[in-house]
Design a protein around this ligand. Sequence first.
Ligand SMILES: [Zn+2]
Length: 314
Amino acid sequence: MDNSLLTGLSDLHLHLDGSLDVNMVRRLADIGDISLDLSDSEIKNRLSVREGCRNLNEYLEKFDFPCSLLQTEDQISESVYLLKEKLKASGLSYAEIRFAPQKHMDKGISMEGVIEAAIDGNKRSSFPSKLILCMMRGNDNHEANLQTVRLTKKYLGNDVCAIDLAGAEALFPTEDFEDCFLLARSLDVPFTIHAGEASGAFSIWKAIEFGAKRIGHGVRAYEDEKLLEYLSKHRIPLELCPTSNLNTCVFDDISAYPIRTFLKYDIPVTINTDNMSVSDTDIEKEYRLLIDAFNLSNDEIETIKNNSINAAFS
Ligand SMILES: [Zn+2]
């Protein structure tokens, strides 16, 4: 494979809290005056899943520690800035960084304050990126989700490009969030939805019905031929995150990954990291994982890269 094929990549599905590395953790602890009596390897263990697959709920437990370090304006701004500098150094061309404002209010910052801090961090680095604001699956945060939609509208175009719905898909099904997406549509706020990861094709159908412009993961679309045809015909991109899907045991082995099926149906698939630290990965590793397992041709790699450029919300 021509190595230049792995330049100019985009990452459209990248969580801020799941992508803090050891250096970022130490810096954020300093800013927050938090003493961390942990070695580098202990910090890494706290940030990353261990070998062997876990379900999505266990995977999501890895976010508690980094989130505890993202509770002041300075920490939030700095984390976005540091992540962007890291992405720039890695050779990435563009990223959409996502986070859930409601998870960063433990110390009393308003949701506006959280978003404005992230925008500040986004503007401090020249690396080209936009912010996606996540709602969270749950049963006691309905107002916070609606507020996320309203504030996305307020900041749309000011470094904020879309909303998302993240969290435990199997516990809190997509259909429970209809009114949030009705509001988003009435406000003309574009959105992606995590769907077809812990739950099956029906969750993706629901996301499409609600009006999602892209599907976060969407990997279980392979279970439903009609859905594959629909995604292709209507050019709905999938935000694939292969290592994350192995971590959460959607597949036991990369050989089972349905990339060939998606390419056969001409679905606009994109390749992304999801959580660089939780999954211990980067964008090049994700591409290489699929290239090596499926012997993807140069043309196929170019197609996937272009899909990402075309699917960007910016
Ligand atoms: Zn995700």
